[in-house]
Design a protein around this ligand. Structure first.
Ligand SMILES: [Zn+2]
Length: 445
């Protein structure tokens, strides 16, 4: 007996960067996994059926780098350079956050992700006890990392992050995983990075970190450490465990070779990087060198959405423009960054694909819209024409989280009320308090 039978969907599969569609197929799900994809499976074999006529079934999208609770700060820091974004606005305002604020902000972000067909997120933030509660309730799949900064309390931060791994890694039948999350080489000393790497090795988990975001960070690293941020991370042992590096916009050919040699995956967040004007990772060069490149949103204070298809579209357009080559970043390759490559970046087998044996994480997307018809090429419609609001139904680990645009696990009206009630307090500056200090301002003081 199947737990759930999705009926008559057009099933999008991507193999080696080549998309194909199985028309009018049924998807049978049992024990959180896809157990059959075939036409005309008998509905009598299933406890529950879900009609998907006219819908495109796609692998659930993977958001490989996010600070989901930053949905609370969407729109507060616009048209400012990165130093002012951090030091003038975001890091001061983040000192206002209580765990309860983080919980509601995360639920808001998760609601938006589910509505956009995202089924898995790599989240990097603090107050992770509140975040894991939101993830549990939402039914979302997540790779969580508790952010660590250097400072007087770094020992406490490290032991808190260790306890968080021990308590939650593999929870909810392996729907929740936990890695270590040092913030970056510019906010963590090499000795702290070494201790984080050692802890990750002991716990058997990976590391999720911000790396080489701006030219100024590279210059500062060369001046302070005599080598690039990528080398600082490697020398600290961060790449001796599974590693996911976000942004990585400013890298030399030697840096790219280092990332490739150590199997370090890169999460590109093109909308944030374009918006802050800091540069976007050399995606094609990294892929050619064998680096796994995946797509992230970053936080909503810089993105300002958790729409991963939008990020995929922006990256493809940017690379075509940057290379003056319409043939680069073809549709299948680009969609792969948001699905299969995301799974590889998170080192999470069995997600990011729609095939028998995979975890049942998928979205059903409406294709009968004016902006996607006529449907000459479903993959092109998905990447270049669709909108997040076209996502009709979302399933994670075999559980329906949204059906016909109605969220089933998140009380959205309540979330919107809770967030609205917090905004005035959250946007007040509290003297000189801030979470950390962005280094360019430090250097100029
Ligand atoms: Zn980030």
């Amino acid at each position: 007996m199947y737990d759930l039978l999705v009926q008559r969907a057009d099933v999008l599969q991507i193999a080696n960067g080549v998309p194909s569609v199985l028309p009018q197929h049924d998807i049978a799900i049992t024990d959180r996994r896809i157990v059959a994809i075939a036409p005309d499976i008998s509905p009598g074999l299933a406890r529950e059926t879900l009609a998907a006529d006219g819908l495109l079934a796609i692998p659930g999208l993977i958001n490989s780098h996010s600070h989901t609770a930053m949905s609370l700060f969407r729109g507060v820091a616009e048209d400012v350079p990165i130093e002012e974004w951090f030091n003038g606005i975001i890091w001061p305002l983040e000192t206002n956050l209580t765990p309860e604020d983080v919980y509601w902000g995360t639920l808001l972000g998760l609601a938006e992700m589910i509505e956009a067909g995202v089924t898995c997120v790599a989240d990097h933030y603090f107050a992770m006890d509140a975040i894991v509660q939101a993830v549990q309730e939402s039914g979302m799949r997540a790779l969580l990392a508790w952010t660590i900064f250097s400072g007087a309390d770094e020992h406490e931060q490290l032991s808190q992050a260790r306890q968080f791994v021990e308590q939650w890694h593999g929870a909810e039948a392996d729907r929740i995983r936990v890695w270590m999350g040092p913030h970056s080489p510019y906010t963590c000393t090499p000795s702290l990075l070494r201790r984080v790497a050692q802890t990750a090795r002991e716990l058997g988990v990976g590391i999720h970190i911000h790396l080489s975001e701006t030219a100024a960070q590279v210059a500062q690293s060369l001046a302070t450490h005599g080598c690039s941020p990528v080398s600082v991370a490697r020398n600290a042992g961060l790449f001796d465990v599974p590693a996911l590096a976000a942004h990585v916009a400013h890298v030399s050919p030697e840096d790219i070779a280092t990332l490739a040699a150590h199997g370090v995956a890169v999460a590109v967040t093109p909308k944030t990087e374009m918006k802050l004007g800091i540069g976007v990772a050399p995606t094609l060069a990294m892929r050619e060198a064998g680096v796994t490149v995946a797509l992230g949103s970053d936080g909503a204070a810089s993105n300002n959405t958790y729409d991963i298809l939008e990020s995929a579209r922006l990256l493809a357009l940017l690379e075509k423009l940057r290379q003056s080559d319409a043939r680069c970043m073809p549709i299948g390759t680009t969609l792969e960054l948001a699905t299969g490559a995301g799974a590889r970046a998170l080192q999470w087998d069995g997600i990011g694909v729609l095939q028998v044996g995979a975890r049942a994480d998928l979205a059903l997307v409406q294709c009968a819209t004016a902006h996607t018809q006529p449907l000459h090429n479903p993959a092109a419609a998905l990447l270049y024409s669709s909108q997040a609001a076209d996502v009709d139904t979302v399933i994670v680990d075999g559980r329906i989280l949204m059906h016909r645009r109605t969220l089933l696990t998140i009380d959205k009206p309540r979330v919107l009320r809770e967030v609205a009630a917090r905004i005035e307090r959250l946007t007040q500056r509290q003297g000189e308090r801030r979470i950390a200090t962005y280094p360019e301002a430090q250097a100029s003081r």
